[in-house]
Structure formats: structure tokens, C-alpha cells
Design a protein. Sequence first.
Lengths: 626, 242
Amino acid sequence: MENGRSSSGKKDTSVCEIPSVAAGEIAAICKTHGNDKHRMLDILRDVQDRYRCISPSALNRIAEATGLTRIEVEGVASFYSFLSLTPRGRISIRLCDDIVDRYTGLEAVTSVFEEVLGIRVGETSPDGAFSLEYTPCIGMCDQAPAAMINDVVLTKLTVETARHFAKTLKSGQSPEDLISDRFASLTPHERATRMVDNNVRHAGDVLLGPVPEEAGLNHAIGMTPTQIFTAIEESGLRGCGGAGFTTGRKWRFAASERAEQRFVICNADEGEPGTFKDRVLLTERPQLIIEGMTIAARAIGASEGILYLRGEYVYLRELLEQALEERRRRGLLGENILGIRGFNFDVRLQLGAGAYICGEEGALISSCEGLPGEPKTRPPFPVNRGYLGFPTVVNNVETFCHAARILDRGARWFRDIGTEGSHGTKLFSICGDCLNPGIYELPYGHTVWEILERVGGEDAAAVQVGGPSGTMIARDSFHRKLTFDDLATGGAIIVFNGKRNILEIVEYYMSFFVHESCGYCTPCRVGNVFLQKAIRKFRKGLANPEDIEYLKDLSGTIIETSRCGLGMTSPNPVLTTLQNFPLVYAAVTKPNKDGIRDTFNIQSAIDGARKIAKRRSYIFDRDFTQ
Amino acid sequence: MSGTKKETGFSFTIDGVEVTAYAGQTIMEAADEAGVYIPRLCDHQGLRHQGSCRVCTVKAGGRSVAACTQPAAPGQAVENETKHLNKMRRDLVEMLFHEGNHLCPICEASGNCELQAMAYRLDMTETTRFPYLEPCRALDASHPDIALDTNRCISCGRCIRASQDVDGKGIFGYVGRGIHRRVAVNGENLADTDAEVSDHAISREVCPVGCIIRKRVGFVTPIGEREFDNGLIGHEIEEKRK
């Protein structure tokens, strides 16, 4: 592949200019996507892949081709982490920087890559060959530390394997060579499972046990839309992405809206740190997912669907494209599905580009429309006016799978599994300090203790249920149940043993939310930065008792005034640890009698002036002889 | 804005005051007409509602919502001027002060600045608790008639909407994400765009702070005779009810 750098020979990586010959190529890329501004993410991804950056002139050309202004294109290009306005290496190495990776040797692995490639994290090598950076959770917490090398995923990295991989890349081999020397001859499924273990530890009856092909869809075609809504409602199915809205009602709302068109979107933007359940469904149950989408389309009268796959799961793209193609071939997608006249439905794959916020349904729709992944103003809700202004059902991967199974086995069957208010099974992705991290399909209603016994995590000191936006609980709460009414979770359960520093975990999670806030509204954009800084103060041992009130107060403002679910939950790591681990905070809090703030550091305060004046202070310089 | 006014009005209350609204109206639109002021920074008359500064947060139906985007509902009891809500609003205004570099004594917008005026209205008189982020953003003085000092920008996006929807130009837009999200121009710098000093987006009423600067007119109106020297922000709406 051609280098996107200019031929000036200067080692300046801050400028990225494409040779003028590329003008036609950029126009061609735009044309393959119909010069459609709603396909902006596809266009920008292609340009990024081709040139390793999106240069100012590329912005201009894309704007011309799609009829947008340059600033609109730049707004999208600068929003997503996987797109870059400055050049990245031909091989882009993204080390997963989740707290679980940090606890399994990320630092040592990072040092190896830095040493072998001769660049630091955040840098691109002068010859444009490599760039090295950190990225938040890529959904591999059960096999951490993990990394993305372009579109290839490496897992369970050690110092030894990292050294081997880095050297192999440096010798000029492709990322695919790291997986297999006969990568080209592997099937998409083989490729995916060579890279990533499924780690299914317990298969339940609904999703991971034997699933008959198209049984749900075959039932659905004999039912009226109302019968389908009723069946889904009666099953008690609630959204599996975390929010838990009643699925049947969502479908009914979308169907009852008067509109020319309707859309079905599958949310496969699984980004909550510690969550990797959809990864396994996408790998092992792609047909069931699309079957569920097709049933939803049949019920609400949609003819188009989108499967929004997070950019981190790009390694599953061809597997999913193959599944879609197979369904088209078998008459299960396309026109007159199963021979029924007028039953038309097809699905396109939309790849994300590194933005946690796109898991929020409004932001996901924005992203599908080619916009920055910003949540939309509610009301109107997506079921009323969603994708391109049409009624849209957005459901999680797991939800669609459940829906297909419910139509096969009946509402009663599903309702009888689990507990009152939380019916059916749930995929739990369990990781951290336990013997058997992986996927467990279990009915709702288990206690945290029961889960820990099953995964070999009995010595846990803390469990993060539902990822950072969920709840961090201590041992005195392990009797609590995993249900919507007690401990709700989109599936993530992260186990921490007694050696882990709670405040370090909280600081990490706050830095995650700071990184992933879209920045649209004030409290989330600014408030989370303040929370992160305040936690840092605790970690440095500079906090006063009043700072605990400050944390609660600031958290309250962020939660109450934020525009979407990210800001409404981002203070949870702080609040739930304050509640459940008060001693952790108390231990590092010192009352100050003199009223002087410990955070005021005279050294750093006078540093600037000292440099300008080229003088030092007899009083405040610690060591005047320096 | 007020959209299609249907004959069928309905009533709801804001802090106990009965207000009439029409189908499709937001809480703020109805409140403005009735002479009830709800503090706001990103919302501005004649521009699309954005709901991003969150200063207009009110309680409606037990939930905290942005009054500028939330449709009014019949019979609803909306809370506006409560101690709790004004505290939240003060927090948000403080956040905006701390996010940028707002040095009122040396800013030519002082006295005309809505951020400053909002701080006075919300009684932001004590030392703030938040850390200063002290960003360092380059000044854009490339244009002969206009300068941009985005250190003072509060990301309200009023210039973006004014340029897009009123001027039909699209000179401004947001770039970046999270704390790095900011207003930028459609080109290398402002001189590279087709911005004119006569644009609505450039007019004094659109930028609530001192970010968009019209050159050579900064002190034509002396301090002491400026907009908010005459009264609290929002008084002209509140006077409708008196």
C-alpha cells in the first residue's frame, strides 16, 4: 500500500499531504458510496485505510463530492478515534488500555512494542511504517492484554509473544501473518476464532445451546404483526444492552407511527468496558441475529436494516458479510423473503470508528447517518423519528437473538425462565480476577456469590456489575441478585481481588468517560474532567473531608443535567465506590487545620515565573544548589 | 420557533404561574411569551434549539429536562426558579468559566457578555471550587474585519446555527470530541472563509461572549452603558408580565 506522506522527505509527521494524483482516487472512493453524505463514515474509513490519515485536501475533496462543507466533514473526521487528521503508520498498533489489561501486564507489553519499534505510545515512526497508541476496551477482557494490529486482533499477549509479534511486523510481514501463514485460505469463521477465543463457559437453552435454523422466522411469517408484538411482550423480553426497555412495546410504537418507511437497526456497538458477550453472538450466532432483525422488520414493516458493528470488531466484518450474503442466497434476505410477496428486507453492515457513545441509540443513529456520534434530542424518540427521520427500532444483538428464539419456542417458555420482572437468560461476560473468565449464559436471578463460585472468583473484594456505568459492590453486597430490579447489567461483570486499588480503578473509569464523552453538553464534557481531577487528588493523598462532599455534589449536577445516558451514569464509579467502599476514601483523606489547600503547590505555581525571570527562590526552592 | 400555532392552546404552570402553550411549543417558548424567564445560554431567538448548555434545566413531570427542547405538556407543573435548580445552573455556568479563559476585566465583551450576566443573575459571588482548565487556543485575527478568540468560546454553537440557517453559509462548525470539542471555521482560518462582518453569525447578539470580535468597534459603547448594566439578563422577558 502506498505511503500517504509527501515526498518532501521531511520527517514531519504533523503534516499529511496527499500527492495531487490522489484527487481522482478520493473522488472514486466517494463514488463507491454513491457520493452520499449519509455514508460519510464509510467514505472516511476508506480514505483513512488508504492514506493512513484524512488530510486537509482530502477533506475538501470529500466535501465537494458529498455536497457538504469542509467543516462538516472535518467534524465527523475529528470525532472518531479511528480516524485521524494527521498520518498514522501503515500498520497501526492499538493496545487495549482497559483496567483489566493493565492488571494483566499491559505495561510490560507496551515496553516491548516501544523497544522493538523504536517509538513511544502516541507516536508514528518517521518512515511511516508503524504507529503505536492506546485504545479503550476492545472487548477482549477475558483474554487480556489484547491489541488491534490494523484489522487483526491479538490476545493473551505476554512479553514473549509481544516481542515475537513486534519483530515479525518489523521484518516486513503483514499483521495477518501473525495469525497464520495460510491466513488467506482460512474461512472468515476460522480467522475470527484463530484470533479470538469464544470462551463460552456455560451455554444456556436460549442462545448458546442448540438453535434450530430459522424456526423463529418460520413461525413469524404465519403471524400478524400484532400477534408478534403480543408474543414478545408476553415473554417479558427487555432490552439486553443495559437500559432494559420492554422490547415488544418498542416494536409496537414503531409500527404504530404513520410513516412511509421504517428501519431496524442492530446495535453491535458493544463498548462498555468489560462487555464482550455480543462478540460471541456475532461470531457464533450471526444467522440468529439477522433472523431476529428480519422478524422485527416483518412485524413493524421495515424493508431496510443496519447492523452497526463497532470499529473494534472489524475482524468480524467478513464473517458478517458472508452471513448476510448467505441469507440473500437462501432467500432469507432481499425481495419476497421465503417466497412471500412483498416481504422485502435487507441489511447493510455499518462499521463504527471508535466511539463508545455510539452505543447510545440516538448517537448510533447519528453515526449511521454519517454524522458525529452525538445523541439526538428526545423527544422525538427513535421509534417515532429515528434514522433519517423515520420510525426506527434499535435493539441490542442479544435482544434480536432472544426475539427469534421466543417466536420459535413461545412466550411462555421464555417467561418461565428467570425471575419476576427479569425473564429469560442473559449472557454474562465475566472477567478480571477469576479462574474462568468468559461467557456464561444464565437465567436472571443468580446472586453475585453464585456467579463468583461458578467462575472461580470467590476471593473477590469488589465486583463491578454492568461495567463502569453500573455499580461497584463490596463483599457485603454479594448476596444481591442479577436482575433488572436489583443489580442491572448489560452483561459485564468484572471481578477485582483484594490487591487491587479501588481508587486506581475509579480514576481509570473516569478517564474512560472523559475520553468517550461526545462533548455536546456542558455537564458531561466539563464535569467529568473535574471528577477525574478530583479523584486524582484523592490518589495523591491531597484530599480533605470536604472533597468527599464535593465529589457527591458534582456527581449530582452531572447526573441531573446531562443530556444522555453517558453523563447520567458516568459518575457511578465515584458514587458507588463512595457508598460501598467509604473506608477507601476515608483512608486517604486528611483534615487540614490551617485551611491551606494541599493541592496548592508553590513549586509548580512559581515555576513559569521562575523560568522567565531566570531566578530561583531562596525560600521555596527545595534544593537551591540544583 | 413557536412553529405552527394551532387554535387549541392548553395551560400548564411554571412555579405556580399559569402559562398558555400551543401544540408543538417547547416549555421555554411558552414561558418567553408569558413573561417567565428561564435562564439559557445556547438558545437564542430565531435559531434552532440545541439543548447543549443545559442552563435551562427545569423540573417537569418529576424529571430534569432542558426547557428549550422539551415540549410543553398540558397540566404539567414545571419548576424553574428553585434553589436547587439555580444551584445546578450556577454549577454549569462555573463549568463554562473554568473550561475556557474568561478574564472579564480585560474582555471587550464585559457588560454585554451573557455568561458574565448569567453569573450575576445566578449569584455566582463566591470563590468557585472547580479547577481551571486553562486551555491555550490560538487567536485567529486573519480576517480584516473579524477576529476570533476561542479561549472565550463556551461552545454554545449559536454562530454555527446562525451561519448555517440564517446566512446560508456554514462558516462555523464543531470539531473534536469530548473536552476537545470546539467551534472551528470552514477552512484554514477565518480569512479563508466567506465570512463578512455583516453576517448575522458575526453580529453582537449571536455570540454570547467575547469570542467573535468585530474589529475597531470594541469600545464604542463604554463600560457602564452596556446591555447588562441596565438590568439583569432576562429582565426584558420578565417585564412582559409586569
